[in-house]
Write a protein that binds this ligand. Structure first.
Ligand code: FAD
Length: 158
């Protein structure tokens, strides 16, 4: 029997192809286009819930430092770094992560890195393209409000 590769447009003329992006909550971190990550500074599971809210609005996957994983806030497959995943998102937002060398080893392939940390001398700022010295909760809450307002404005203008 002769085998020939089938072309979808030959089988169904006029059919328009559309790539369906993977669900950011389930995507393998190595494939994620955007990642919102939390470290010890987010201080617990409530912090993870707030980060998840932001991640959902940005269509981002949630990642973590090893400490956050060791403390049980997120499962191992969400760990980024030398002993976790090496990632290459277009956007990496690090909240309450100091930027230890073992963590930075996992984000070498990242495009734009944004870091939020209360300690202006945190090593994460040495690799960040945009750094915010401040409390991650205040920054994320302000971002959520802005994104919600934009969403509402879009809804009103429809
Ligand atoms: C062999 C080996 C392998 C390792 N592999 C990995 C790995 O794969 N991945 C990894 O991440 N680590 C790894 N580590 C651990 C690494 O050395 C660090 O201990 C870890 O990355 C630190 O995690 P962290 O940044 O969450 O915590 P910390 O270093 O404790 O940093 C917490 C940060 O949060 C900031 N902060 C506190 N409160 C706030 C606030 N309200 N708002 C904003 N910022 C705040 C602090 O200023 C601080 O910078 C490895 C270590 C070893 C020895």
């Amino acid at each position: 029997m002769e085998r020939r590769p089938a072309r979808i447009d030959a089988l169904a003329p006029g059919l328009r192809r559309r790539l369906i992006p993977p669900d950011p909550r389930r995507v393998d971190l190595r494939e994620a286009e955007r990642i919102v990550a939390g470290g010890r500074g987010i201080a617990g599971p409530e912090g993870i819930a707030l980060l998840q809210e932001l991640a959902d609005l940005l269509g981002a996957a949630l990642g973590a430092s090893r400490v956050a994983v060791d403390l049980g806030w997120l499962p191992w497959e969400r760990q980024i770094g030398q002993s976790g995943r090496s990632v290459a998102p277009r956007l990496y937002l690090a909240c309450g992560i100091s930027g230890a060398s073992q963590h930075l080893a996992g984000i070498r392939g990242a495009g734009t890195i944004i870091a939020v940390n209360t300690d202006r001398s945190a090593p994460i700022f040495s690799v960040a393209h945009l750094g915010v010295v401040g409390d991650w909760r205040e920054v994320v809450t302000a971002l959520l409000e802005r994104l919600a307002a934009r969403g509402e404005a879009r809804g009103l203008s429809r």
